[in-house]
Design a protein around this ligand. Structure first.
Ligand code: FAD
Length: 526
């Protein structure tokens, strides 16, 4: 086996035949044949120069069968007789926690308020077409959590590369394409995620774990400072050796419940802003330096922007978040009477739009003073009010408030709006006056001007902003001990994933699920 590094054109990197030919030429081999096998192990696009290049690490096998890329399998031990561990929430954190509990000999009982991936689809159609938001089944709630009908970008900044690789391998073992192990910015796509999620479910069930859908946790069972179980909306009491609470950042009822029960929660800085939508072709032209189309081989281009801004003497970052090339803006509210947007894209990333969240970092001192009465829930209540204002501003449906980008920067209501990927539709609204607090809109304006300096053509009347992007991270933290991962005051309770404040994305939530499972089994699983 030999490993080589190459700098290829997009055609050579992404067309299998040309790739093999380029590698053979570089390595002085005649051609790929029965004795010679080639595959890419790392691939990243470099669009900094005038000509886009792709850096590839390839491996060549001569007279040798390439070994499997993964060690993960779908063979899990049977745990039907193992000790029950309650996992609340079947998002990435909950599902990966369940698989790890199984590996360690416990029996996971996953409780999920929403429906399975297939039944969920109907509720998503109802949001888009009838503007009806089912508070138990929507883009955030249901099997696979917010990660199912998401974009499926699997990139994480985590430095724990071994742990990241493990999660990606488990995904491949459950049907994801091997490319996610190769690409620097792996992506699955919203069309492929439901199958992956249902295969994760099959593994859990086959091993003897349980997953109960339509099962909302509405109370906790506490005895002498320990959480010994939960109560569901039907009044059923479910007991276990511990509770992994992986309910995501949108389960406001859970945050209220924790607070009511005097279980310590804390307000947490979060981020708030809008989603911006451009023509994908414009973004390609800026990023790939091309005058027309990006060509057949390059994927739809993305961007990552950040800008420091100043308002009333305070510096705050404004940054792009969850950029979705070739994607769609989706209505991600979890209750009637609120409007929240997010983004997703199919695996081919072939819609004509590029969208991205553009959000302002909100520190606790920025939260308007009238929210202080809510104590640790102050940031959450502020977030909720902005979402309500967005809903009202555009006519109290899932039609979203929107403004052309230049109009927003110049403080004008748009006379007309552009076509959009956002299915429920848009209405022209002055977002700065009707939806966003001044400290958010002023910073967004500064940021858009700064983005124009970094990406010429970005600040254009041919782009529009859509409000509001408010669920990028949890506004509440459920504190846990750094070593044991248990809640700082309640034993056997493991706050987990994005909702508790320990993850920001699919892969990091999955990793946190695994860690919580390990800590719980280490202490109580013997
Ligand atoms: P969640 O996925 O939020 O799961 C929590 C689960 O708990 C939900 O299923 C919910 O129904 C359930 N639950 C809540 N309350 C209760 C209760 N009381 N009883 C029982 N169950 C309950 N991240 C990326 O990394 N890449 C992306 O490309 C990406 N795109 C996204 C696109 C969209 C449209 C959205 C909405 C999110 C996207 N995200 C993306 C974010 C990602 O989905 C989340 O970071 C991740 O899902 C968090 O995982 P989690 O398991 O911590 O929580």
């Amino acid at each position: 086996r030999k490993e080589i590094q190459l700098r290829l054109s997009p055609e050579e990197a992404f067309d299998e035949r040309r790739f093999e030919a380029a590698v053979c030429e570089f390595a002085g081999l005649d051609a790929v044949n029965d004795d010679v096998k080639i595959r890419a192990i790392k691939r990243s696009i470099d669009a900094r120069g005038r000509k886009v290049k792709v850096n590839v690490t390839a491996e060549i096998f001569v007279d040798e069968t390439p070994p499997s890329r993964i060690t993960a399998t779908t063979d899990y031990p049977s745990v039907s007789k193992g000790a029950s561990v309650i996992i609340v929430g079947a998002g990435p954190a909950g599902l990966f926690a369940a698989l790890r509990i199984i590996e360690l000999g416990g029996k996971p009982i996953v409780l999920e308020r929403g429906k399975d991936v297939r039944a969920r689809r109907r509720d998503l159609a109802a949001i888009n077409k009838e503007h009806y938001v089912n508070p138990e089944s929507n883009y955030c709630f249901g099997e696979g959590g917010a990660g199912t009908y998401s974009d499926g970008k699997l990139y994480t900044r985590s430095k724990k590369r071994g742990d990241v690789r493990r999660i990606l391998e488990i995904m491949v073992a459950h049907g994801a394409r091997e490319d996610i192990l190769v690409d620097a910015h792996p992506h699955i796509g919203t069309n492929k995620l439901p199958l992956l999620v249902s295969k994760l479910r099959e593994s859990i069930l086959q091993a003897g774990g349980e997953i109960l859908f339509d099962t909302k946790v509405t109370d906790f069972i506490l005895e002498n400072g320990e959480m010994t179980g939960v109560v569901t909306a039907d009044g059923e009491r479910i007991l276990g050796i511990g509770v992994i609470l992986a309910t995501g950042h949108s389960a406001r009822d859970i945050f209220h419940l924790l607070h009511q029960k005097s279980i310590l929660v804390e307000a947490k800085p979060f981020a708030l802003g809008v989603r911006v939508e451009h023509d994908q072709q414009l973004i390609d032209q800026i990023q790939y330096h091309c005058s027309t189309e990006r060509g057949a081989y390059l994927p739809a281009s993305s961007y990552a922007l950040v800008q420091q801004t100043e308002y009333e003497g305070k510096q705050r970052g404004v940054f792009s978040f969850c950029m979705c090339p070739g994607g769609f803006i989706v209505p991600a509210a979890t209750s009637p009477g609120e409007l929240v947007v997010n983004g997703m894209s199919p695996s081919r990333r072939d819609s004509k739009y590029a969208n991205s969240g553009i959000v302002v970092a909100v520190e606790l001192e920025d939260i308007p003073s009238q929210y202080q009465i809510h104590g640790p829930l102050s940031a959450m209540m502020f977030q909720a009010d902005v979402e309500k204002a967005a809903w009202k501003s555009a006519g109290s449906t899932q039609v979203a408030p929107a403004q052309r980008l230049t109009d927003f920067v110049n403080g004008k209501v748009s006379q007309s709006l552009l076509d959009t990927s956002y299915q429920p539709g848009l209405a022209a609204v002055n977002l700065a006056e009707e939806v966003l607090p001044p400290f958010i809109s002023a910073r967004l304006r500064q940021a858009f001007k700064g983005f124009e300096r970094k990406m010429k053509g970005y600040l254009t009347s041919k782009a529009q902003i859509v409000g509001v992007e408010s669920r990028t991270s949890s506004p509440v933290r459920v504190p846990r001990d750094r070593q044991s991962f248990e809640h700082t005051e309640v034993s056997r309770l493991y706050p987990c994933g994005e909702g508790a404040g320990y993850a920001g994305g699919i892969v990091s939530a999955a990793m946190d699920g695994e860690r919580c499972a390990e800590k719980l089994m280490e202490k109580y699983g013997k």
